[in-house]
Design a protein around this ligand. Structure first.
Ligand code: CA
Length: 220
């Protein structure tokens, strides 16, 4: 797991951020606040947040799903990229972690676009499907427990419109996906998930070596 693009030397990564990142001040402060948290490695990389923000603007995405809020750093990148009338539903089970982000969402003036569901994401996704929300989302970001990636993906795919985009996080998993002696449940799950996406005819994919590896998935 890595919260920065890991194929680059420290120096080149610093250069990339220095030359290429325009991180708004509130996001900088939220990133700093997250450094003090346990599991801070789970925070999304800033270069990834900036990429997702641009994709959201390009698509004019108005309805966004996020599976795995953590401290709400990627949430804030996405919410800031939406128009005022957009709505972002984000799922997490931790009051403690999400409360770190909430104050910054407020400060950035986008809290009214963000709806946080504090319960297992599967319940929220199943509830949205039961409410006839299939096909109504433009964009989704999946970044939660890896063992459930395939199940989250299936539900999100149903909830997305045709031409909608999903970003799947941690698909290179610190490089462990290619280590065949690594039989950790999360690694095995990501490996199987990546393999399934490769031949899934419902989607188009792009796996990118950004941050800990992300796969862009477009629903056909
Ligand atoms: Ca992640």
């Amino acid at each position: 797991m890595a919260n920065r693009s890991f194929g680059l030397s420290e120096e080149l990564y610093d250069y990339l951020l220095d030359a290429g990142l325009r991180e708004p001040v509130v996001l900088q402060r939220l990133r700093q606040a997250t450094e003090h948290q346990e599991l801070s490695v789970m925070r999304s990389a800033p270069e990834q947040g900036q990429l997702m923000a641009m994709l959201i603007k390009l698509m004019g995405a108005k309805r966004i799903l996020e599976v795995g809020t953590y401290t709400g750093y990627a949430t804030l990148w996405m919410a800031e990229a939406m128009s005022n009338d957009g709505q972002l539903i984000t799922c997490d089970v931790s009051e403690e972690w999400t409360s770190v982000g909430r104050q910054f969402w407020d400060e950035a003036g986008v809290a009214d676009r963000i709806i946080l569901h504090l319960r297992p994401a599967m319940e929220t996704l199943d509830h949205l499907l039961a409410q006839d929300e299939a096909g109504s989302f433009d964009f989704a970001f999946i970044d939660a427990d890896k063992e459930n990636y395939q199940a989250y993906f299936e539900r999100c795919l149903n909830l997305m419109r045709s031409g909608g985009l999903m970003v799947i996080d941690n698909v290179l998993w610190g490089g462990s996906v290619m280590d065949h002696d690594n039989h950790e449940a999360s690694t095995v799950a990501i490996r199987a998930f990546n393999r399934a996406l490769k031949t899934d005819e419902r989607i188009e994919i792009n796996m990118l070596p950004i941050a800990d590896g992300i796969t862009l998935v477009m629903k056909k």
